[in-house]
Design a protein around this ligand. Sequence first.
Ligand SMILES: C[S@@+](CC[C@H](N)C(=O)[O-])C[C@H]1O[C@@H](n2cnc3c(N)ncnc32)[C@H](O)[C@@H]1O
Length: 239
Amino acid sequence: MSGPVLPPWMFTEFDPVGVDLDSPASVQVYDDNQGTTTAKDDELLDRLSVAEGTVFVDLGTGTGSLPVRAALRGAVAHAVDVSENMISFACQHAGANGVSLHHHHAGFLSYEHEAGSVDVVTSRSALHQLPDAWKQVALNKIATMLRPGGSFYLWDAMWSFEASEILDQLPAWISAMAKPEGEGFTKEMFETHVREEFSTFSWIIEGMIERAGMVIDDSSFPAPWYGEFVATVPLSEGQ
Ligand SMILES: C[S@@+](CC[C@H](N)C(=O)[O-])C[C@H]1O[C@@H](n2cnc3c(N)ncnc32)[C@H](O)[C@@H]1O
């Protein structure tokens, strides 16, 4: 994969580690495996008050399901992903729905948006692609691209169990979630995620969001292995 030229010390985000979601075959089945539905997407966009004219950026967009639903309600929707196959699928999906996306072959670390001009940034199931130090770089960038009062929504595989339980909880996660071949993400895919990707504890993510200068408004952990945060860039005095 190619992308913008980055400094040699920069994390190589255009060569994601772990489970290969980039092949055309993987892209085709991704939404079914992930359990993505338009109803769930719309519910999230309602929660985040995404409406006509909202400037909306989805980082690690995958098939673009969320920005397409945002564009359908009149938002100015940006879809960002390091996978050219995912971006191309997202554009086709948008076209099939009669909308267009601002699409960007870029990642958390390389995407540049006019500072302070975005109303809502979302990222689902993607931030774990970065090691923790680079997650912080990504979160700092998100806080900068959002306008004061703008919202950030994060959903990801993250650990909210007790730190002492980790060696029991990781195999428990794999057993609980893995599906037979052809029916969803397999045991081997979850094993690869745990071994090679960079999911981390929810308390680390929480601290990083706060250190990026955002205020956490809401968080929930529907299972010990997944969580979400909704955060806001604070208004400065007089705003
Ligand atoms: C598990 S998928 C999630 C897709 C979508 N957000 C969803 O919820 O269905 C992860 C996506 O993140 C993308 N990705 C991996 N590393 C990335 C990075 N550094 N910056 C942006 N996207 C990245 C992958 O190409 C993939 O499309």
